[in-house]
Design a protein around this ligand. Structure first.
Ligand code: F6P
Length: 552
């Protein structure tokens, strides 16, 4: 059955079976589930590539998982997945194929869009990126004055920023430490100011990353960056200087040329790569320069490994499917509104921010693919920061608050290689915290256990932990480029599974448009003399106040 003709999710027998099952199950006690099945920990764990995924601390039984898989089958998840991998235009509102998986396909693969195999073009761009990255890293690519490039500034926003910025942070230990790589996204001039204030223009390369090359924040920052460069290089510097210090990553050659960047210095990608799925396309150029082409390829191989797993693993062993279904269980059957992603790695400090765009821009929708309002909850609020910082901030609410917050705990058995010995020793403490949190969230502490410690009766309720807070623990040996690729692909496909079940278009983002249009309308009103007519009374009062402060 096609998406448009699909029965409403909440009218499917498989949905009703889950509702009934939830009611029969009542309040699930993880202590009891573990006591009843001594093999639960090993039974409810899967391995994909280098990732060991423990889902035993979820409020589920064999029956729950079976019913969830039935729902996925009835909702046509596998069919939609296969259509995506084949290059069909499953992004129906934009009439586009969804082929981020082609970005990591081997050169021998054949994946067609409108009858044309896209794989050769993917590999041609990768080869061009490799060549350029090598030249920058070796010093063969010099700036306008002949000086070697020592600083790379990526200018982009959303998917043209978050992916490379997150991955650069995640793989910092693998980067060339002689290169400074920074990311500018915010239209707040402070962002560019802080990024370039200590840099020598003669040694700085700007990578202007924009799929459309029309995004106002990026074009504004790129224009200011060009001014900063030309002012810094001094008299005589013009277009030939821009050619040595600016490259573009885009699908829009016309706009790139209009901006003044030679299209010979443009690294192309295609409309079948969504912005939030784009960092293993040309959008990853700054990352490739930082970690080198070989490490970048290892990362792509990590993505591919999980793509293959998602495409071929049976439902009971399919990790992205399972993660997607667990999210459905809590969001649709237990009223969970949010999902916490809590990496126990400082290097993953931007990981959750990256996932926010991936998940919330994809699945923050309230009409189905045929445009009908949905009667069910869709994408959760995704949030979180690295442990152990969060433990001293918001974990209190996860442990003892009134809200159910399923969480992913992500950790690595080994620290990165270049830590000095006394810092390596801290890794055990970091990981002990991860394991302890999962344990405390799941099993809590009963009033009897608290009282047995001699706690005063009036404090017992305060010190009691109800437990049954569900977590998935993802454990890998180490945070390598390949493991990062595996992790990201895991979440990409998890998001896919959920969007497929909710019958929404996970690949458009119309919801960001209105604000953009209104900003263009409001901006002239902020400047002297421009009329504020047509603004609503609240906005008009705010604008008046702003103008008064700015003396306009
Ligand atoms: O405004 C949202 C968005 O369209 C994202 O989807 C995208 O990643 C971002 O803007 C940046 O777009 P572009 O790469 O075209 O500059």
């Amino acid at each position: 059955m096609n998406a448009e003709g699909r029965t409403g999710l909440d009218r499917m027998p498989e949905w009703n079976a889950l509702t009934k099952h939830r009611d029969e199950l009542g309040e699930v006690q993880l202590r009891r589930l573990f006591a009843e099945d001594p093999r639960r920990a090993e039974k409810y764990a899967l391995t994909v590539g280098d990732l060991y995924v423990d889902y035993s601390k979820h409020l589920v039984t064999d029956e729950t998982l079976r019913l969830l898989r039935d729902l996925a089958a009835a909702a046509g998840v596998a069919e939609l997945r296969d259509a995506m991998f084949r290059g069909e235009k499953i992004n129906t509102t934009e009439g586009r194929a969804v082929l981020h998986t082609a970005l990591r396909a081997p050169a021998s693969a054949v994946i067609e869009v409108d009858g044309e195999n896209v794989v050769p073009a993917v590999h041609a761009v990768l080869a061009k990126m490799r060549d350029f990255a090598d030249r920058v890293r070796s010093g063969a690519w010099t700036g306008h004055t002949g000086k070697r490039i020592r600083n790379v500034v990526n200018v982009g926003i959303g998917g043209s920023d978050l992916g490379p910025a997150m991955a650069h942070e995640a793989l910092r230990a693998w980067t060339d430490r002689d290169l400074t790589v920074r990311f500018v996204s915010n239209v707040d001039g402070a962002d560019l100011h802080e990024a370039v204030r200590d840099l020598d223009p003669a040694e700085t390369l700007f990578i202007i990353a924009s799929k459309t090359f029309t995004t106002i924040e990026t074009i504004t920052n790129a224009t200011s960056a060009r001014g900063w460069l030309l002012d810094g290089l001094g008299a005589g510097a013009g277009n030939e200087a821009v050619a040595k210090h600016f490259v573009a990553l885009s699908t829009n050659a016309e706009k790139v040329a209009e901006f003044g960047i030679d299209t010979a210095n443009m690294f192309e990608f295609w409309d079948w790569v969504g912005g939030r799925y784009s960092y293993d396309s040309a959008i990853g150029l700054s990352l490739m320069i930082a970690i080198g082409p070989d490490r970048f390829q290892e990362m792509l191989d990590g993505f591919r490994l999980v793509d293959e797993h998602f495409r071929t693993a049976p439902p009971e062993k399919n990790v992205p499917l399972l993660m997607g279904l667990l999210g459905i269980w809590y969001g649709n059957f237990h009223d969970a509104q949010s999902h916490a992603v809590l990496p126990y790695s400082h290097y993953l400090s931007k990981f959750t921010a990256y996932l926010q765009q991936l998940d919330m821009e994809s699945n923050g929708k309230s009409v189905d693919r045929a445009g009908r309002p949905v009667n069910w909850q869709t994408g959760p609020v995704v949030w979180g920061t690295p442990g152990t910082n969060g433990q001293h901030a918001y974990y209190q609410l996860i442990h003892q608050g009134t809200k159910l917050i399923p969480a992913d705990l992500i950790g690595f058995a080994r620290p990165v290689d270049d830590l000095e010995p006394r810092l390596v020793a801290q890794h055990d403490l970091l990981m002990a915290n991860l394991f302890a949190q999962g344990q405390a969230l799941a099993f809590g502490k009963t009033p009897e256990e608290v009282a047995a410690e001699g706690v005063a009766p009036e404090l017992v309720p305060h010190k009691t932990f109800r437990g049954n807070r569900p977590t998935t623990t993802i454990l890998a040996d180490a945070l390598t480029p390949s493991v990062l690729g595996q992790l990201i692909a895991l979440y990409e496909h998890k998001v896919f599974v959920q969007g497929a079940i909710w019958n929404i278009d996970s690949f458009d983002q119309w919801g960001v448009e209105l604000g953009k249009v209104l900003a263009k309308r409001v901006e002239p009103a902020l400047t002297e003399g421009a009329s504020v007519e047509g603004l609503d009374p609240s906005t008009s009062a705010l604008v008046a106040r702003y103008r008064a402060v700015r003396g306009r």
